[in-house]
Design a protein around this ligand. Structure first.
Ligand SMILES: Nc1ncnc2c1ncn2[C@@H]1O[C@H](COP(=O)(O)OP(=O)(O)OP(=O)(O)O)[C@@H](O)[C@H]1O
Ligand SMILES: [Mg+2]
Length: 264
C-alpha cells in the first residue's frame, strides 16, 4: 500500500475533450497503468463506442459477466458484474464495444439519462482509489454522463494545431454541468500532449494554454513519442511496452504529480 494513498471513496476523473485525437485514450491507458503499478486500485471506464481504451489494454471484444458499459448503462445489471480484470495488477476495466454507438440515442428516452454512469460507479467507489473515464470525442450524452459521474475533469490538449479552438464549447459545457447536474465538478488539470519541443508552434501553444488555465496546467508535459503511438496496436500500455521511453516516463511523472497535488 503506498504511503500517499488517496482518501476513500475513489476519486472519479473524466478525461474529456470533444476534439478527436488529442490523447484522451492514451492518457487513460498510461495514467491508469502508472497509478496501478504504484499500488493504487484503479478502475478504467470506457465510454467511447470506438472502444480504444478496451483494445489498448488488450481486451478488444471482451465482455464482463454482465456485458459491456452498454448493458451497464442501459439495463439494471449490477455494477460489479461489469468489471473485467486486466493484465495489470490493481487495474480493472469496464469495457466498451461498438454497441455503445446506439446508447447515445437510446439514453435520450431513459429516466435520469445523465445520471446512468454515476449510478453505475457509485456502488464501486469504496473498492477503488481512482476511477478514470475515457470519453468519446463529442459533448453528447455519454460525455455528459461522465461529467455528472466525475469529481473532476482532466482535459488533454494537443500541443500542435488549434489546441484552443473549440475549448470554449468544452468550458461552456463544464459551466452548464456545474450550474445544475454536478455543482461540485472540479478541473483536475489541463494536460499538454504530443508536445514537440523542436517546433515554435508547440512552445507558443504551451504558453497560450498556461496563460488561459494558469496553475491548472500540469507541469508534466507529454511529448510526441513514437512508442505511445505503437503500444496500442500490441494491446499493451506504453508504460509496460517500453518503460524507458520518454512517453512512458512522462506518464509515470504525471501519475506522481497528480497524486502529490492531492497529498498537498
Ligand atoms: N504523445 C503521443 N505521441 C505520439 N502519438 C500519440 C501520443 N498520444 C497519442 N498518440 C497517438 O495519437 C492517436 C490519437 O491518440 P488517442 O487515441 O489517445 O486520442 P483520443 O483523444 O483518445 O482520440 P479520440 O478522440 O478519437 O478518442 C493514437 O493513434 C495514439 O496512439
Ligand atoms: Mg479516445
Amino acid at each position: 500500500m503506498p504511503d500517499n494513498e488517496l482518501s476513500l471513496p475513489a476519486r472519479v476523473v473524466a478525461i474529456a475533450n470533444q476534439k478527436g485525437g488529442v490523447g484522451k485514450t492514451t492518457t487513460v491507458i498510461n495514467l491508469a497503468t502508472s497509478l496501478a503499478l504504484d499500488g493504487h486500485r484503479v478502475l478504467a471506464v470506457d465510454v467511447d463506442p470506438q472502444g480504444n481504451l478496451t483494445s489498448g489494454l488488450g481486451l478488444r471484444g471482451r465482455r464482463a459477466e454482465g456485458g459491456t458499459v452498454y448493458e451497464a448503462l442501459l439495463t439494471d445489471v449490477p455494477s460489479d458484474a461489469c468489471l473485467l480484470a486486466t493484465q495489470v495488477a490493481n487495474l480493472t476495466l469496464i469495457p466498451a464495444d461498438r454497441n455503445l454507438t446506439g446508447a447515445e440515442i437510446e439514453l435520450v428516452s431513459m429516466p435520469a439519462r445523465e445520471h446512468r454512469l454515476r449510478r453505475l460507479l457509485e456502488p464501486l467507489r469504496d473498492r477503488f482509489d481512482l476511477m478514470l473515464i475515457d470519453c468519446p470525442p463529442s459533448l453528447g450524452l455519454l460525455t455528459l454522463n461522465a461529467l455528472v459521474a466525475a469529481d473532476a475533469v482532466l482535459i488533454p490538449l494537443h500541443c500542435e494545431y488549434f489546441a484552443l479552438e473549440g475549448l470554449a464549447d468544452l468550458v461552456g459545457t463544464l459551466r452548464r454541468v456545474r450550474g445544475g447536474l454536478n455543482p461540485t465538478l472540479d478541473i483536475e488539470g489541463v494536460l499538454l500532449t504530443m508536445y514537440d519541443e523542436r517546433t515554435n508552434l508547440g512552445q507558443l501553444v504551451a504558453r497560450d494554454v498556461r496563460e488561459f488555465f494558469k496553475e491548472k496546467v500540469f507541469n508534466t508535459i507529454i511529448p510526441r513519442n513514437v512508442r505511445l503511438g505503437e503500444a496500442p496496436s500490441h494491446g499493451i500500455p506504453a508504460v509496460l511496452y517500453d518503460a524507458k521511453s520518454r512517453g512512458a516516463a512522462a506518464y509515470v511523472a504525471l501519475a506522481k504529480e497528480m497524486i502529490s497535488r492531492h497529498a498537498a
